[in-house]
Each structure stands twice: as C-alpha cells, then as structure tokens.
Design a protein around this ligand. Structure first.
Ligand code: ATP
Ligand code: MG
Length: 357
C-alpha cells in the first residue's frame, strides 16, 4: 500500500463546496487503484477561523503543514476580511515558506467545450503557463509620500534576483523537456521597463543555451497577450514574471472557458516541501451557498497533484473522467451552460472515473 498525506484547506465561500467534490474524486482514484491511500487532514483555516482567533491559521500552522506530501486549497477570502489579511496571512506564507516558486497553470481547452475563441480549432489550445510565484512586481517594497499635497506619490519596487529568475526559467525548460514540448516563450517588456526586464531576458537567453533542442521566443507582454487570443496554437510553455503571469493566466482561463475550469499548482520543484494545488478562482461570494459552483477546476487541481506525486496515469484518469462528462454534455453547471448542481457535476465525474476502472 502506498500512502500519501494530504492537508486540505477548504477555505471560504464556494471553497468547501468544490473541495467536497475534489475529495470525492480522490476517493474514486483510491477505489480504482486499491493500492494507493490518501490520508486526508482537513484544516479549518479560513476567514471564520480569523473571526474567532484573530489570525488565519495557528502560530505553528506552517510547521503543521510541513510534513504533508501535498496541500489542497479551495478558496480563501470573504467580503468582510480584507485581502491583505486573508491572502497575506495564509496563502503567501505557505507559498514562501515552502519555496513554491512556480505557479503552474495549464491552458487547455477540454474536449466537449467550446472556447470563446470560436475561430480557433479545439486541439490547438493546449499549453502551460509557468508564473514566477515569489518575487518580481509583488515585492511589498515601496511606499507613499506627501499625502494630501499636490506632490503625492507612490513608489513600488520590483525585485528580480538572479537566483529567483534563473530557477523559474530553468523549471520552464525542464518542464518543456519532460512534456516533450518544443518551444518556450518568455514574457518580457524590455522596451519599456529598462532594468528588470532586460535582466530577465538576459537570464532567459543564458538558460536557453543549455537547451539547444528547444525553440525560444521572447515576446513583449502586450503582444503576447494578443497572441493568446489570435495565435494560441503557437505556445507550448510560457514563462512569465509574477505580475505578467497573473494577468496571462486569467486571460488564459477565459479563452478556455472560464474560472470554473481553471486549475493551478504552487510547486516546489525540489520536493523538499509540500506543493499546493488550488483552483485559480476565489471564494465567489456571489454564488456561495447556492450549490452551483463548478467543481471542475478543483478536480483538475487534484489531477495536477497526482501528476506531481508521480502518478501521471491517475492524473490522466481524473482528466479523462472530466472530459467524458463534458463530451456527454448532459450534466453541466450553469457557468458552462447547464443546470446541474456542484454535487451532481462531481458525481457524474466520479461515475465516469469508476466506469474506466
Ligand atoms: P475572491 O475575493 O475570493 O477572489 P472574487 O469576488 O474575486 O472572490 P472569484 O471567485 O474570483 O470572485 O470569481 C469571479 C467570478 O467568477 C464570480 O462572478 C464567480 O461567481 C465566478 N466563478 C468563480 N469560480 C466559479 C466556479 N467554480 N463556478 C462558477 N462560477 C465561478
Ligand atoms: Mg478574485
């Protein structure tokens, strides 16, 4: 028997609703492969916990998480708790402490779905964005001066270290290699940002020299964003800084059908610490409690966790299960044109996984 320990932070809003379906899918994997077991520990760290304790997680929260093989996160955030608390006191410490310096986001149009890019053939939309997850534009360095005067100003510093840039770009190349992909595209803006971006480009070129078999492109972020819509078939692996990657991946989610479908992994490639998998959507207060959230992004995130744990065939099993339900087209949540509830969607995917056993 092979055991994996998984910490589950279902979180707020629709987080617990979609996570319930993610866990059902995980149990389905156990039933299909009866030699594998997931030891689940649910942690109630969310905005409700904050209301009771004045913090998002216990003081030793990171120590608790450290020993798990992986972390699953639903969504964190509530209208009455500012993001700088919910995000800065839970998600960011986890990403930093566990050196999850890669944010991995597949941009793939699933079978059975039509992209908003109707002029594009279905098979062409299949690539991965690697977003830098620890530094860059989201540095928390800077400040504001001269408030209330005509000279008021705000400064935000970007921090790009050779260590940080090099490791994420190296990851992008080795990912391309392991997926058998031919091309790595980097997002830049060295025509407008004249210190950090030329440095980023330089490191990209340096790293690319050790991978002569892989084709490389450096595109300015404005053009690259347009290509996501007009020429998405040219991409295999796209690597971007924290801010550029953030924007590109939301755009990517939109071109493959919306937030309810978009998964992500916060990866520690060295596997010294647990990686964390989560849908990219938030707590969606507008639909929370209604039972209509789409659980596919979460189930796909579980699939990415399986890949990361070294069981690609199980990751594929989950993805095949999702695609089969979409191709049948009967059970769909409202965001993708149906009337099914979150749990009906989850059940349909579980049934389709079990049929493959
Ligand atoms: P947060 O502050 O937690 O990020 P948010 O208000 O930004 O929350 P998101 O969760 O990012 O909201 O969602 C943005 C929009 O997408 C909302 O209208 C929401 O209803 C929709 N949405 C997000 N996730 C899903 C989902 N899984 N299924 C269906 N609709 C979703
Ligand atoms: Mg949001």
């Amino acid at each position: 028997m092979e055991h994996y320990s998984v910490a589950v932070i279902a979180g707020d809003g629709i987080g617990p609703e979609v996570m319930a379906e993610g866990l059902k899918a995980l149990q389905a994997v156990e039933r299909v492969h009866n030699w594998i077991r997931f030891d689940i520990r649910c942690l109630d760290w969310n905005c409700g916990y904050y209301a009771r304790h004045g913090r998002m997680m216990p003081d030793n929260g990171l120590e608790i998480l450290r020993d798990f093989d992986a972390i699953l996160l639903g969504a964190i955030g509530a209208p009455d708790v500012p993001d700088h608390i919910s995000v800065w006191e839970l998600i960011l410490p986890i990403r930093r402490r566990f050196h999850q310096y890669v944010n991995l986001r597949p941009i793939k149009l699933l079978k059975g779905l039509e992209s908003p890019l109707r002029h594009k053939g279905q098979a062409e939309l299949d690539f991965v964005v690697v977003r830098e997850n620890t530094e860059g534009e989201y540095s928390n360095m800077g400040g504001r001066l001269h408030a209330g005067t005509p000279y008021e100003l705000a400064i935000q510093n970007n921090v790009f270290t050779r260590f940080g840039v090099e490791r994420v770009i190296r990851y992008a190349f080795s990912l391309a290699q392991s997926l058998g992909r031919k091309r790595v595209t980097a997002a830049t803006k060295s025509n407008g940002i004249n210190h950090s971006m030329p440095f980023w480009d330089e490191v990209f070129r340096d790293v690319s020299r050790s991978h002569p078999e892989i084709r490389t492109d450096l595109f300015h972020i404005d053009a690259l964003a347009a290509y996501f819509v007009s020429r998405p078939e040219i991409f295999d692996v796209v690597v971007a800084s924290n801010l550029f990657g953030d924007i590109l991946t939301d755009l990517g989610a939109a071109v493959v059908g919306g937030l309810g479908l978009a998964p992500s992994g916060n990866i520690n490639p060295e596997r010294e610490y647990p990686s964390m998998f989560e849908p990219i959507h938030g707590s969606a207060p507008d639909i929370a409690g209604k039972g209509i959230a789409n659980p596919i992004a979460t189930i796909w995130s579980v699939s990415m966790m399986m890949d990361h744990l070294g069981h690609r065939e199980m990751g594929q099993l989950l993805l095949d299960g999702i695609e089969e339900v979409l191709v049948e087209g009967v059970v769909r949540t409202p965001d993708i044109g149906g009337r099914a509830t979150t749990s009906e969607m989850g059940d349909a995917i579980v049934n389709s996984i079990m049929r493959k056993a």
